[in-house]
Design a protein around this ligand. Structure first.
Ligand SMILES: Cc1cc2nc3c(=O)[nH]c(=O)nc-3n(C[C@H](O)[C@H](O)[C@H](O)COP(=O)(O)O)c2cc1C
Length: 295
């Protein structure tokens, strides 16, 4: 890390401390990011181990947005997916949205048993008694749904897919009577952006349905996420800072304009190093890890 970036980090940390009464970090790496919310706008700050909600006062005339985010990474807030998701949510909060984040790892949600009883026997009711009962009304009432997942074998994680399948009773609960937007946030180990294609195809198949009141509003995709983490560890914040700032901006845009610009989505996915250099470094790290394990 050069002296200039050290000074920048110190400066931001200072600003962060000065404003501790009005903001809380949502990021695993708090060193570079702050957002400013006037004290008069804050009604309440709710802090739990895994989520921080800043409840804002909304100006009259503002469209109040309810955002429901589900993070399907087993690493929760320590993971690569949270490193993109959390600044994105911060940007939405900055624009006055109410945001709730749930972690599949903390939820008890079994797979759908496929008996269709939520359609035919007891319409709108699931026969299983688990955390999905609490989540279903939140899905119904959300204006924006954020699906966040690492890529696992070219798809979303198993627990997140289970949760997704268990939305089936919603079809009988009157969802579709309001407009809902969905966003995908995903990270992967590969360098290639095409690694996200299957996840994008799934999201579009579900949400590209204006006639059903649904809209797929975009995706924040971060390839070579392990590399980003290593860069942060090495203090190379300047290279990756733009990615996080773009994630914040994406949140702001979504609430303010109802869409995330192509340019902002591209900035989240931006190439940080050539493909061969990334895979060479990854191979070296693997060899090193094997050596350390004595294999
Ligand atoms: C079981 C498993 C399967 C994975 N499959 C892929 C994959 O198909 N493609 C890929 O690029 N990365 C894959 N990865 C890497 C993760 O997507 C990547 O490390 C991600 O950023 C982890 O996010 P998290 O820290 O939020 O869990 C896989 C990781 C695991 C543990």
């Amino acid at each position: 890390m050069d002296i200039e970036s050290k000074m920048q980090i110190k400066k931001v940390n200072r600003a962060y401390l000065d404003k501790q009464d009005v903001q809380q970090p949502l990021f695993p790496w708090t060193l570079s990011f702050t957002w400013e919310i006037p004290l008069s706008e804050i009604i309440n700050v709710e802090i739990s181990k895994y989520a921080i909600a800043i409840i804002l006062n909304h100006k009259s005339g503002d469209m109040h947005m309810n955002v429901l985010a589900i993070n399907g990474s087993p690493h929760m807030d320590e993971g690569n997916t949270a490193m993109i998701l959390n600044p994105f949510l911060a940007g939405m909060k900055e624009e006055g949205a109410s945001v709730e984040v749930f972690y599949t790892r903390k939820l008890k949600i079994g797979p759908c048993n496929g008996d269709m009883s939520c359609w035919f026997k007891n319409p709108g009711e699931c026969s299983q008694n688990d955390d999905m009962l609490m989540l279903l009304p939140k899905f119904r009432d959300a204006d924006i749904i954020v699906w966040a997942s690492p890529v696992y074998y070219a798809g979303i994680t198993g627990p997140l897919k289970n949760l997704m399948d268990r939305q089936l009773p919603l079809y009988m609960m009157g969802v579709g009577s309001k407009k809902q937007k969905a966003v995908l946030v995903s990270t992967c180990g590969a360098w290639e952006l095409s690694m996200f294609d299957p996840l994008l195809a799934q999201m579009k198949a579900i949400y590209d349905r204006p006639e059903g009141g649904f809209e797929f509003a975009g995706a924040l995709l971060r390839p070579m996420a392990e590399g980003v983490k290593e860069m942060l560890k090495a203090g190379e914040t300047r290279l990756v800072e733009g990615v996080f700032l773009a994630a914040i901006e994406a949140g702001r845009q979504l609430v303010k304009d109802g869409r995330i610009s192509e340019e902002t989505q591209k900035a989240v996915s931006k190439e940080l190093m050539p493909q061969d250099a990334y895979y060479k470094a990854a191979q070296e790290m693997k060899e090193q890890a094997k050596k350390e394990m004595g294999k």
